[in-house]
Ligand binder design. Structure first.
Ligand code: OGA
Ligand code: NI
Length: 328
């Protein structure tokens, strides 16, 4: 058998310490995917469509996004190769660099572990961040450098459309998007997905998150108090609204509550790129969105303090800290 025989996920039944309390479990699966979630053609400068999707679903798919398919497939391949390295090698690579590897053992809620391991590292500005990245697989840095450069361009395009849609200057949100943190998620096949979770319910601490999830379903969002499934469209990205955008928009847009569920058949991998303000940015509602009729709903907060104060963002906080370290 191959080297993964002894891995934590190679089991016939879900071990007790991966079973979530009833109230956190996903219930019966699979949850059908929601066809109504907009798929937006970015070739058409679709400001109105994006704003409608942001208001109704707090999330949308984008196509015609300009990221070459080869860049995406090379990235997914090196990410797969990374997670298929022996666990001790992954631990060694991560400790040598400045990236944060979280094994399925690291995080637990009420004694239950996530059915996931993940790798996080800062990825913009590139020259500053690349020394912190894994050097194995050998193509990791080259493939990811191309990917995050493309995601940077894509995120600026989307932030420009949202800025315009909110009535802000075109470059308003882009100017605030100084830091990018990449998370590569690995969710192995699970013998009973109804007992486990890949990721607990959360909102991202970003302005927006650009997620690539290949063609394997697993992402769910809350819509009108219900969990709904998000389709996995190959070569399309999912845009998730983060809580910094909620603050800047003075609550006109809300952050997306989401989670990831597992499946019994195959390993799912996703790459979430969180587009964030810089740690020392004071995030507050945009002046033009605050007036007598629409008073400010959020206190100005140093982004660093927001992240440190939030629960459940341990690895994200470490990535931000390694970003701060790389600046000095
Ligand atoms: C995340 C996230 C969802 C997914 O990494 O913050 O929400 O489908 N990922 O992997
Ligand atoms: Ni998320």
């Amino acid at each position: 058998m191959n080297k993964q025989t002894s891995s934590w996920f190679n089991v016939e039944n879900v071990p007790q310490n991966y079973i979530f309390p009833e109230e956190d479990r996903p219930g019966s699966l699979p949850i059908p995917v929601c066809d109504a979630i907009p798929v937006i053609d970015l070739g058409k400068s679709p400001t109105e469509e994006i704003m409608k999707a942001c208001r109704e679903f707090r999330l949308f798919h984008v196509t015609e996004h300009g990221v070459p398919e080869a860049v995406i497939s090379d990235t997914m391949r090196v990410v797969k190769d990374f997670f298929e390295l022996p666990e001790d090698e992954i631990a060694k690579i991560s400790s040598e660099g400045g990236c944060v590897y979280t094994s399925s053992n690291c995080f637990a809620k009420d004694g239950a572990h996530l059915w996931r391991d993940c790798l996080k590292h800062p990825c913009h500005p590139l020259e500053q961040c690349i020394p912190y990245w894994p050097q194995r697989p050998t193509e990791y840095r080259d493939a990811l450098a191309k990917y995050v450069g493309e995601i940077r361009k894509l995120s600026l395009k989307i932030l420009e459309l949202i800025s315009k849609g909110l009535g802000l200057e075109a470059g308003y949100l882009g100017a605030l998007s100084e830091v990018q943190i990449l998370t590569a998620n690995n969710y192995p096949a699970c013998p009973d997905p109804t007992l486990t979770l890949g990721l607990l319910r959360h909102c991202d601490p970003s302005l927006i998150t650009i997620l690539y999830q290949g063609d394997i379903r697993g992402l769910q969002i809350v819509k009108d108090g219900q969990w709904i499934g998000v389709e996995a469209l190959p070569n399309a990205f999912v845009v998730i609204l983060g809580n910094q955008l909620e603050i800047i928009s003075n609550g006109k847009l809300k952050s997306t509550e989401h989670r990831a569920v597992t499946n019994p058949n195959e390993t799912r991998r996703s790459i979430a790129t969180l587009i964030n303000p810089s740690p020392n940015c004071i995030v507050k509602p945009a002046d033009v969105l605050v007036n007598d009729l629409s008073p400010s709903l959020y206190e100005p907060t140093l982004y660093k303090d927001f992240v440190l104060r939030s629960k459940g963002f341990g690895a994200f906080t470490k990535s931000i800290q390694s970003y701060i370290k790389s600046e000095t």
